[in-house]
Design a binder for this molecule. Structure first.
Ligand code: DC
Length: 222
């Protein structure tokens, strides 16, 4: 595997619970590309900070932790400094923590290179909030994947219930609205639909329809 400027990148950005992760993973599998879940990196930082009793507001110490994180993805498994970390970062609490640590410019700068390392041959599908605007500005295809907030809350609710977790629709909806605002209104690398990004709204669309739309658009760019 080699890093080269000619390696294709598909950047998929969008709000929480829009289905980006599932869509991006399927697109990557269909094209035989690598997949980067950049949200997992911010979640890992929130988790590592909590373990070390560093506040999610402490930008300097967070940036220091971020610069020493060794991250590896293997299928659905995530390793932080050689330890397997999975369910611990997938909670609503760590989603909130990720959104809080992500507001600090020092943290984002410390994690930039680590994310760019995932651009490997034969190609990359990267999902997050700033894949097309900052991390992979050069991406040949940029997607803004979203859905109505009520639909996203309903999907997250179903996901938690299916997993056997406690879930309260009203709380999930309020959390998502708060997270959207935090991600969209931060001064550094806010979540936004770029003028050159294609809008994919999955409110009335299932995952496979979104995947098919992205793959056919990608093939037209070749
Ligand atoms: O995609 P996710 O829900 O796992 O992301 C969790 C949080 O991490 C999200 O609310 C904001 C932050 N994040 C970010 O700021 N930039 C990214 N590229 C990915 C995630």
């Amino acid at each position: 595997m080699t890093i080269s400027p000619n390696i294709p990148v598909i950047a998929i950005d969008g709000p929480s619970a829009s289905g980006k992760g599932s869509v991006a993973q399927r697109v990557a599998a269909a094209l035989d590309f690598h997949y980067l879940d950049s949200g997992a990196i911010y979640r890992l930082l929130a988790y590592a900070a909590q373990l070390q009793e560093v506040a999610w507001s402490d930008a300097e110490r967070l940036a220091l932790i971020a610069s020493h994180m060794h991250i590896k993805f293997a299928g659905n498994d995530v390793f932080l400094n050689q330890s397997l970390i999975n369910d611990q970062i997938r909670s609503e609490h760590m989603g909130k923590g990720a959104s809080e640590v992500a507001i600090h410019p020092q943290v984002r700068a410390a994690l930039l290179h680590c994310q760019q390392q995932f651009k490997q041959s034969p190609g990359l599908v990267a999902d997050g909030r700033d894949m097309g605007s900052v991390v992979f500005r050069e991406a040949g295809l940029k997607i803004y994947l979203t859905a109505a907030v009520e639909t996203r809350a309903q999907r997250r609710f179903q996901q938690l219930i299916t997993r056997g977790d406690h879930a309260d629709y009203a709380v999930i909806l309020a959390d998502l609205q708060q997270r959207d605002l935090r991600d969209q209104q931060r001064p550094t690398a806010p979540l936004t639909q770029l003028p050159d990004a294609m809008l994919v709204d999955t409110t009335e669309m299932n995952i496979q329809q979104a995947v098919d739309m992205i793959i056919s658009t990608y093939k037209k760019t070749l």
